[in-house]
Design a protein around this ligand. Structure first.
Ligand SMILES: Cc1cc2nc3c(=O)[nH]c(=O)nc-3n(C[C@H](O)[C@H](O)[C@H](O)COP(=O)(O)O)c2cc1C
Length: 355
């Protein structure tokens, strides 16, 4: 763990310990992995404009997301099947996130139940990511359990009406570990056939009225995850979304899709303060975080690097990855001339450079 100084170190070190099939699933993207690459490259097209002679003797990285206090504008993205890298799976991720003072978004397709996650990290703020089963009774039961266990928002993933074409995981021989996923077990117990591909038991026919339905039924904020256009951002607001995540699922769904950072400005403009705007995809440095803030994000989510930390050291590894990011965000804020995330503005970034 002494070698772990950056999130790229975490990737390099985790590649040595994660089983090859699981590595193909985690690290890979869809198609030719163009969007996966573009998510990173988009940050190289931006340059930061920093201000000087600002008193930054006290810098705080703290902020809030939908009213929850977090130690930094960095949240843990929902990721399925965490048992493939560590036996303590989502429970360790929850503990690591809580130790780092930030929020974890639990995947529907997790190896732990919402109740178990809440027990593992009672003080950690938490949201539930929702994949909707064709059999709505399964989704309803997960939501009900999560809300009873203190999860405070529902994150509806909208960019997986069907599963992306992911050659890396196929070539690596990744087999979806269907056992030990409580939501899948519940679906099977109610007669769902997971034979073809696990995720074929998810609903492909969702439309926007489902956002309203979720909000009205459960009475908690609904965050729509996986949109990249001003058009969809506007509709999300019209349906009362409390937040949107500008995301292409980490380049794992539609290859050729716009990089999430490139889509951020149009979404921010369309939302126009009606909802909180978050971004994920390719966040690997504190400077990436402040770049996203400058382009209007309230916070970012980080995906793969958290799993790399989990693989390397369980809860400690997760906390270490998040602490690295927090330190880098603090450093970037000070050097930008900002005392808090709120002080980062559009004037702090210039876009459109060649990568
Ligand atoms: C292994 C893995 C599993 C994922 N599982 C889910 C999931 O269950 N639900 C979801 O909404 N997004 C899922 N995602 C997408 C992440 O939430 C996030 O959008 C993406 O990883 C961000 O990009 P990054 O990995 O470059 O930070 C998954 C991503 C990875 C890498």
């Amino acid at each position: 763990m002494d070698e772990l100084l950056t999130l790229d170190d975490a990737e390099r070190l985790a590649a040595e310990v994660v089983e090859p099939g699981a590595w193909g699933y985690i690290a890979g993207g869809a198609g030719d992995e163009r969007t996966l690459r573009w998510n990173r490259e988009a940050f190289s097209r931006c340059r930061l404009r920093y201000r000087v002679l600002v008193d930054v003797s006290e810098v705080s990285t703290e902020t809030t997301v939908l009213g929850s206090s977090v130690s930094m504008p960095v949240l843990v993205a929902p990721m399925a099947y965490q048992q493939i890298v560590h036996e303590e799976h989502e429970l360790a991720t929850a503990r690591g996130a809580a130790e780092a003072g930030t929020l974890m978004c639990l995947s529907t397709v997790a190896n732990a139940t919402p109740t178990e996650v809440a027990q593992a990290a009672p003080d950690g703020p938490r949201w539930l990511q929702l994949y909707v089963f064709r059999d709505r009774g399964v989704s309803d039961a997960v939501v009900e359990e999560a809300l009873a266990a203190g999860f405070t928002a529902l994150v509806l993933t909208a960019d997986l009406p069907v599963y992306g074409i992911r050659h890396r995981e196929t070539r690596a021989g990744f087999e979806f570990p269907e056992d030990d996923v409580p939501a899948l077990a519940a679906a099977r117990a109610r007669g769902a056939d997971t034979g073809d591909h696990t995720l074929t038991i998810l609903e492909s026919g969702l439309e926007w009225d489902y956002v309203t339905e979720l909000r009205e039924r459960w009475g908690v904020p609904v965050v729509v995850k996986g949109l990249v256009t001003a058009e969809d951002a506007r509709i999300a607001c019209e349906h009362g979304a409390g937040g949107v995540v500008v995301s292409n699922h980490g380049g794992r769904q539609l290859d050729g899709a716009i990089a999430s950072l490139e889509a951020l400005p149009e979404v921010v403009e369309a939302v126009d303060g009606r909802a909180e705007v978050y971004l994920d995809g390719g966040i690997r440095r504190g400077t990436d975080v402040v770049t996203a803030l400058a382009l209007g994000a309230r916070a970012v989510l980080v995906g793969r690097p958290v799993l790399y930390g989990l693989a390397l050291g369980g809860a400690k590894g997760v906390a270490q990855v998040l602490d690295i990011l927090r330190d880098e965000v603090e450093n970037a804020l000070a050097l930008l001339g900002c005392r808090s995330p709120d002080e980062v503005t559009r004037a702090h970034v210039v876009t459109g450079f060649p990568p």
